[in-house]
Design a protein around this ligand. Structure first.
Ligand code: SF4
Length: 727
């Protein structure tokens, strides 16, 4: 039996998508030694970056008997869409959903009965392994191709606790009794030491320290788990030691402890000791969530000694009555002290506040903001209350308590409480972001176009061969390329989940725009959950009607990213958005003052800087656009460019809220490196050009990127994080 496991990423943070839960499933299944069983986790590049069609084809290519999807709030919309497409294409492949999204009250997942054959509720390892064992035993009359057709498979209803399944000839769910939590988590194999996550480790690893939280905050899934108290829900320190050593051997530089209350763990001293004894604090940086209240001078010193670079402390609210409504306990003076002690030691603190908690009024929410500001606790992150499946708050909300209304699909934002209307939530969000110095028009969590969206790749960097394995993240298509329908159809199946499409039309005439519409339809049809950054380069801005026609041509299914935008767009029902927030349509137009009248917030002004011009002329040219509407500037330098001149130009340039796109790859790469301070984030998008000369695919090598970053560093005399740059 071939089993394939899939975990789709957080849309705007793909680097964090280490499939820890899938690692546990694979390690547990491998340890069970089920005859003939092969468990594979879909490889990282595909699941992190692949678009809908790319993922579907990748799954089918592996010819699995069963596909398991790890469902979290941020990926369940897409994953269920993928499971549905899989069932429509190959109904004989069994599909299983598990993870925090799967709960008895998780209507969004439960309503996907057409897409999923089984649900695993609660901790999944034992339920999943028993399901695989049962499937293997039931395969009594296998056909050579598919021994596991769902219609020939009936489980005994009570045989596997924690499992939901469909009885014969029905798509209704039957829920088996719940499974109790694992009595001793140390009996679960280590995802690292077992080799289950081989090939998934980069510079970052996640380590679980426990599966337990002593608190019971009603909005939190973690606190709801009815788990036994005691040592056996903590992983032993020896395992931590071995995993840290493993991480160091494999070049890991950053460790994220998957732990809600790091500094209240009973074996905390041993953990600190282990970090130091292994030397991990000299080779790795650490991150954990912790209780700010429990941090005193000594604790803060230990965290600093152990090289904790970032910690997260929940405040949520500073109003005791509001905290009491959600069963949260904070000791505010100690929390303030803890945050300051950490920051004094150079440890970055992410502080969280939640908007929309039951009992919060505009006045009490402003009290929380004032508390943060008066106590010097900023910066902090603003979260909207989510009514998550499986939480106490959801149970209360469903019974009508708190006057809550919320989104029926992820992210499940609370849209109204007894004390706060939707309009007040929008207003408080705007006010908070303005107080924080952030742009309220920006939709937090939505991917924005990358710094290489309009970067021209020199021909000598282009490989000339199609990059076969990687999803394509950028298409550059000219007027001739738009006519190549067969090429577009095949490219549609190779796209990434987030795609930049640069349509170089030159003249915006009717035929060109029609061809652009057709191309967008072809590309988007098999990728309905895509996030799109579309740049139409022409001789003028688009009219409203042209823009609407282009947007209409894109096939898109409302998803998590769109629903994130409800408060920014002041519209509680996403189906009424005039345009999907995850579909960005920009126009790239040569800068001419006369075109300002036609421009809008999605206009990007193209500026060509001529070699014979002085620096002052370059600066004047860029400053001309200062009062014009628009999203950003697209700057093209002469071929032979003086590093000093670029440095002088960009150092004095104040783009304000505007995005800067650079045509010249050396500088674009450097710009990104100084923003991200991490060269691994720097990969140029896998690009395919479809133009009158044919197809060219390309991806910069790490070496090229490092060279480019160095060039930028020299230009700006900035220090990038890697000390290994060579020219
Ligand atoms: S919010 Fe934190 S402290 Fe509260 S229950 Fe969840 S994990 Fe525990």
């Amino acid at each position: 039996m071939k089993v394939l496991l899939v975990q789709l990423p957080v849309p705007n943070n793909k680097l964090s998508n280490l499939p820890l839960a899938l690692g546990y499933l694979k390690a547990s299944a491998d340890a069970a030694r089920i005859p003939g069983l092969q468990v594979e986790i879909l490889e990282r590049q595909t699941q992190d970056r692949g678009g809908d069609a790319f993922l579907l084809d990748a799954i089918l290519e592996r010819d699995p008997d069963l596909v398991g999807f790890s469902l979290y709030t941020w990926n369940s919309s897409r994953a269920i869409g993928l499971a549905r497409a899989l069932k429509q294409t190959a109904p004989e492949i069994l599909t299983v959903g598990g993870g925090p999204e799967v709960n008895r009250d998780g209507d969004f997942v439960i309503s996907a009965a057409d897409a999923l054959d089984f649900l695993v509720l609660g901790e999944g390892e034992r339920t999943f392994v028993e399901l695989l064992q049962a499937l293997n035993n039931k395969a009594t009359s296998p056909t050579p191709k598919r021994p596991f057709h769902p219609s020939s498979f009936i489980l005994h209803p009570l045989s596997i606790p924690g499992l939901a399944y469909h009885p014969a000839s029905s798509r209704e769910w039957v829920f088996n009794p719940p499974r109790t939590a694992v009595e001793d988590v140390n009996l679960l194999p280590s995802v690292y030491l077992s080799g289950a996550l081989e090939g998934f480790l980069g510079r970052f690893m996640m380590i679980e320290l426990s599966r337990w939280c002593p608190s019971k905050c009603s909005f939190c899934y973690y606190g709801r788990q009815d788990l036994p108290l005691g040592g056996k829900r903590y992983f032993e320190v020896e395992r931590l030691r071995q995993e840290l050593l493993f991480g160091m051997e494999h070049g890991v530089e950053q460790v994220h402890f998957v732990e809600a209350n790091f500094n209240t763990l009973p074996h905390l001293k041993q953990i600190y000791q282990t970090i130091k004894e292994t030397g991990a604090n000299r080779r790795m940086g650490f991150y954990a969530e912790m209780r700010g209240e429990a941090i005193d001078e000594e604790e803060a010193d230990r965290l600093a000694e152990c090289n904790f670079g970032v910690v997260e402390c929940g405040l949520q609210s500073a109003v005791p009555e509001v905290l009491a409504r959600v069963r949260r306990k904070n000791h505010l003076p100690r929390l303030v002290r803890g945050v300051h002690l950490l920051r004094e030691r150079g440890i970055e603190v992410f502080l969280d506040a939640i908007l929309g908690l039951p009992g919060d009024t505009p006045e009490t929410f402003r009290q929380t903001l004032a508390f943060i500001e008066d106590n010097g606790l900023a910066p902090y992150d603003l979260f909207h209350l989510q009514i998550l499946p499986g939480t106490q708050l959801k149970t209360e909300a469903q019974s009508g308590k708190h006057g809550l209304e919320w989104q029926s699909a992820p992210p499940y934002f609370a849209l109204q409480t007894a004390e706060l209307s939707f309009e007040q939530l929008c207003e408080l969000r705007r006010e908070t972001l303005e107080r924080k110095g952030e742009d309220p028009a920006e939709i937090q969590g939505l991917p924005i176009p990358g710094p290489f969206s309009l970067t021209l790749l020199p021909k000598n960097e282009i490989s000339g061969e199609l990059i076969d394995q990687l999803p394509l993240e950028r298409l550059v298509i000219d007027r001739v390329g738009l006519e190549d329908k067969p090429a577009l159809q095949s490219l549609a199946r190779r796209l990434a989940s987030e795609v930049t499409i640069w349509l170089r039309l030159e003249r915006l005439d009717e035929a060109g725009l029609k061809a652009a519409q057709e191309a967008l339809t072809i590309l988007s049809e098999p990728n309905p959950s895509g996030a799109w950054h579309i740049f139409v380069e022409g001789d003028r801005p688009l009219t409203e009607a042209e823009r609407a026609e282009l947007l209409k041509a894109i096939h898109h299914r409302e998803g998590y990213l769109d629903r994130l935008a409800v408060f920014a767009l002041l519209e509680r029902d996403p189906t009424r958005f005039t345009a999907w927030p995850s579909v960005n349509l920009f126009e790239v137009v040569p800068w001419q003052p006369a075109l300002q009248q036609m421009a809008g917030p999605k206009t990007i002004w193209k500026i060509d800087l001529k070699e014979e011009q002085t620096l002052e002329q370059w600066q004047a040219r860029m400053e001309e656009t200062a009062g014009a509407p628009g999203y950003g500037l697209y700057v093209r330098f002469p071929v032979e460019i003086s590093v000093a001149k670029v440095r002088a130009l960009l150092e004095d340039f104040e783009p304000g809220h505007r995005m800067l796109f650079l045509a010249e790859p050396n500088f674009a790469a450097g710009l990104a490196s100084t923003e991200n301070e991490d060269l691994t984030l720097l990969s140029f998008p896998t690009t395919l050009e479809l133009d009158k000369t044919g197809r060219h695919s390309s991806q910069f090598s790490q070496h090229s990127i490092e060279k480019a970053a160095l060039r930028w560093t020299v230009a700006h005399r900035l220090k990038v994080s890697s000390g290994n740059l060579t020219v």
